[in-house]
Design a protein around this ligand. Structure first.
Ligand SMILES: [Zn+2]
Length: 137
């Protein structure tokens, strides 16, 4: 049986500064490792781009639109193909979007094979949301 004193103890703990710092530290570490992985993904994608050359990149970009499953009657919320942040081609094929619904996709670029993880898509979306609020206020 959960009594009022238990709830009060929990609330007191929750507002305890050191505990809060601990939670933030944990979130920071999670995001930090996701960012590091993203950096490796980007480096790998740049190497792929160098290896395949401009002609092959153009060819892949031209084919990307057909390979990507965009919005359809069966899946109206699927994202359109997006510009890849690494190679700049309209070739980023999202599996799905960020949790805030900001339209930041996670998936893979069909030209340079840069892969964006859900954690990174969510981090970008949070930053966009934060910026939007900041500009509004
Ligand atoms: Zn790309």
């Amino acid at each position: 049986m959960l009594e009022r004193r238990h709830v009060e103890a929990l609330l007191a703990l929750d507002s305890h500064p050191s505990l809060r710092a601990l939670v933030m530290e944990q979130e920071y570490r999670y995001e930090d490792s996701a960012q590091k992985q993203d950096e490796r993904e980007r480096e790998q994608a740049v190497r792929t781009l160098e290896r395949i050359g401009e002609e092959e990149a153009d060819r892949r970009a031209a084919a990307a639109d057909e390979l990507h499953d965009g919005p359809s009657p069966g899946d109206p919320y699927a994202l359109e193909i997006q510009e890849c942040p690494v190679c700049g081609y309209e070739a980023f094929s999202s599996d799905d979007g960020d949790e805030l619904g900001m339209g930041v996709g996670f998936g893979e670029c069909l030209v340079c094979h840069y892969r964006r993880t859900p954690a990174i898509a969510n981090a970008i979306a949070r930053q966009m949301e934060w910026q939007r609020r900041w500009e509004r206020d």
